[in-house]
Design a protein around this ligand. Structure first.
Ligand SMILES: Cc1cc2nc3c(=O)[nH]c(=O)nc-3n(C[C@H](O)[C@H](O)[C@H](O)COP(=O)(O)O)c2cc1C
Length: 331
């Protein structure tokens, strides 16, 4: 089966992309992902807070140097701490030089201020597309839904203004009307939509009575919100759709493609099983398609989308009520 496809105008050898994680944060990890079959990689995010912290540190150094002319020699240009924005930009350049597959840079922030200019620096460093993650959990209860939604549109507009390469937006599923939000971002010029991001939620350790701070890897039930909304919107958007969460095996990849995803991203399964797991995802996808005589991805993509009758077309309540009333216990 021919697995070649496109995403954000990039030619891909297959629909599997390694999403942002520590695995995509080193050249060694990136090479292992490419060798195992990743069609593209999203590098770890460059955070608005990192950029602002570096700008603050640079200002402090400038002040110090201005106050003590002899201090100039102690703080040569580029002497700021490792791991910050410059490190991320260097990684983009090194990844581009080392890999044949497309390199997507990720920016992560919540305001449309100066930090968004880093999108241009990422583009200049060689990023072939930008993924924008407006991770805004809205813990401030005075920040209402309209303000959160507007913030997404504003940050997207600022990044789109800064670059020529395509910009995808990675979204959480927790909007009161996800379909309307996605359509709004599509109309605002998003070239791709990653459905969905996961929100980090700490747990409580009952032995130490402390917060348990761990990203908690996903499980396959987490494909459900993505399945629902990709099925509902496939074929109605200008933007490409990337499925974002919960892939454990090839079955989840197939399901996402069946509802209409253009590409499928994965992190947790690769952290759990190693980059080589991509091979079994790709083999499983090809085996499934060939067993049904599908010659290419186009034959299966979207077959189970709402627009093609693969999903209830009511307002969502009919199916819900039927499922609740029809429950006979798990067997
Ligand atoms: C340890 C870890 C680090 C991550 N770092 C980033 C990041 O820098 N930027 C980002 O947008 N998402 C990040 N993510 C989220 C993943 O890219 C992905 O969207 C999420 O884990 C859902 O996919 P999955 O169900 O396949 O894990 C991270 C996830 C994990 C587990």
């Amino acid at each position: 089966m021919d697995l070649a496809t496109t995403y954000l105008g990039l030619d891909l050898r297959n629909p599997l992309i390694a999403s942002a994680s520590p695995l995509t944060g080193t050249l060694d990890g990136l090479r292992r992902l490419e060798d195992a079959g990743a069609a593209a990689v999203v590098l770890p995010s460059l955070f608005e807070e990192q950029i602002e912290a570096e700008a603050f540190a640079r200002d402090r150094l400038d002040d110090l140097a201005a106050g003590f002319a002899e201090a100039n020699g102690f703080f040569p240009a580029g002497s700021l701490p490792d791991g910050g924005p410059q490190h991320q930009l260097d990684l983009i350049a090194r990844a581009r030089a080392a890999l044949a597959i497309p390199v997507i840079a990720s920016l992560n922030g919540t305001t449309d201020t100066g930090w968004t200019n880093y999108a241009r620096l990422a583009e200049q460093a060689g990023a072939q597309a930008i993924e924008l993650n407006v991770y805004l959990p809205a813990m401030d209860p005075t920040l209402d839904a309209a303000a959160v939604e507007q913030r997404h549109v504003d940050v997207l507009a600022a990044v789109k203004r800064a670059v020529r390469v395509p910009v995808a937006m990675k979204l959480g599923a927790g909007f009161s009307a996800p379909g309307a939000m996605i359509r709004r971002l599509d109309a605002a010029g998003a070239d791709g939509l990653v459905l969905f991001n996961r929100f980090y939620q700490p747990d409580i350790d009952l032995v130490t009575l402390r917060l348990w701070r761990h990203p908690a890897l996903s499980t396959k039930v987490e494909i459900r919100p993505g399945l629902l909304w990709i099925a509902a919107l496939a074929g109605t958007l200008r933007a490409a759709i990337a499925a974002g969460s919960g892939v454990e095996g090839a079955e989840e990849v197939v399901k996402y493609l069946l509802v209409g995803a253009d590409v499928v991203m994965t992190t947790s399964a690769l952290l759990r099983h190693g980059p080589g797991h991509l091979r079994s995802l790709l083999e499983g996808l090809a085996r499934w398609g060939e067993a049904r005589d599908f010659a290419s991805l186009a034959d299966l993509r979207g077959r189970m989308s709402r627009g093609r009758g693969g999903w209830p077309s009511d307002d969502g309540r009919g199916d819900y009520i039927g499922v609740l009333l029809g429950y006979m216990g798990d067997r």
